[in-house]
Write a protein that binds this ligand. Structure first.
Ligand code: PLP
Ligand code: COI
Length: 341
């Protein structure tokens, strides 16, 4: 199959339309058979549940070209499982995870000309999502839904690729205790938009959100979980009921323990402890691991010893091992890699 003529190495994290997308509709209590279409537009009621009350949930994963030229995706079953949980929390019907995985593989296969070549630094981002599509004017769940999957080739989430970024501790909250921070709902991102625009205006790359109740514990950023390395080489990730259970973070904890022989733990991380950390990174599908060089807490600078030039040494080992597994250079744990047939 011939690849599209795209300048893969210079792609940013932006939308490029590809040829096919998957669509399935939920009506009269059931999902239809679904299938691929070429129309990239959506026509719905002006009063659709998604437009009025933000009833929408989504996922994000990537397809990679491996060293030996295969196209693969990374743990799509976990994205399917998470979408099921997100849908339940917003009173939406579940799109079964087995069908989710099939839809993802089918959409990637149909767009294989857009999967960036091995070594290009780019990947194919896959965006499954679903939304309430029929008219809803009282505050209640929709009766009809659409599930879609589109793909877009992307480069690094942060300009500069793996160069360390500077983040600030924000006074805005992203998620309430017992709220929706643990699911991937569009509403969580809508409420982070003002905070991110403000952070950018002040010269920061991202926001560090704290727990809304006590404002003493580290939660996550608008689009990634945190990963820290202590001065004695232990990998630590924040534990909270109001952060998204990142598949990248869960995979990295496994990689740290099982591939690198490191100690790794998920526990509450206090803002006060950050000055004692050796390394910090943001982990997620889009972010992969983006190193953090500096955290600014209301004018007080916390400079990570790993500096502003490159990733810390343990973050680098984690990054190389994870991307090695995703690109087929390192043997993956059983069940992590799904080949596109
Ligand atoms: N946290 C938030 C708020 C996110 O949007 C994402 C991205 O999906 C993540 C964390 C990372 O999750 P994952 O590693 O599953 O992509
Ligand atoms: C992802 O990493 O897949 C996300 O959805 C995060 C978003 C900031 C692009």
């Amino acid at each position: 199959m011939e690849k599209k003529n795209i300048d893969w190495a210079n792609l940013g994290f932006a939308y490029t339309k590809t040829d096919y997308r998957y669509v399935s509709n939920f009506k009269d209590g059931k999902w239809d058979e679904g299938g691929l279409i070429t129309d990239d537009t959506v026509t719905i009621s002006e009063c659709a549940g998604v437009l009025q009350y933000a009833q929408t949930v989504f996922e994000g994963l990537k397809a990679y070209t491996t060293e030996d030229g295969k196209i693969v995706t990374f743990r799509p079953d976990l994205n399917g499982e998470r979408l099921e949980n997100s849908a339940k929390r917003l009173e939406m019907p579940v799109f079964p995870k087995d069908r989710f995985v099939e839809a993802v593989l089918e959409t990637v296969k149909a767009n294989s000309a857009y999967v960036p070549p091995y070594g290009s630094g780019a990947t194919l981002y896959v965006r499954p999502y679903m939304f309430g599509s029929n008219a809803v004017i009282g505050v209640k769940p929709a009766d009809e839904y659409q599930f879609r999957v589109f793909t877009t080739p992307v480069g690094p989430y942060f300009k500069g690729g793996v160069k360390p970024i500077t983040i600030r501790v924000t006074d805005f909250d992203r998620a309430a205790p017992h709220g929706t921070g643990h699911i991937k709902a569009g509403l969580n991102y809508a409420m982070s938009l003002h905070a991110i625009v403000d952070a950018h205006n002040q010269g920061y790359d991202e926001n560090m959100y704290l727990d809304a109740k006590t404002r003493t514990k580290v939660e996550e950023t608008g689009g990634a979980n945190f990963l820290f390395v202590t001065k004695d080489g232990k990998v630590v990730t924040p534990k909270s009921d109001s952060i998204l259970p990142s598949i990248t973070r869960r995979s990295l904890i496994y990689v740290a323990k099982e591939y690198l022989g490191l100690e790794a733990e998920e526990r509450e991380v206090y803002l006060d402890e950050l000055k004692d950390m050796a390394e910090c990174g943001l982990c997620g599908t889009a972010a992969v691991i983006s190193p953090v060089g500096k955290i600014v807490d209301h004018g007080k600078e916390i400079c990570l010893p790993s500096g502003m030039e490159e990733m810390g040494p343990i973050t680098k080992k984690l990054y190389d091992t994870l991307t090695g597994i995703q690109m087929g250079r390192i043997e993956a744990p059983k069940g992590w890699i799904y080949e596109i047939g």
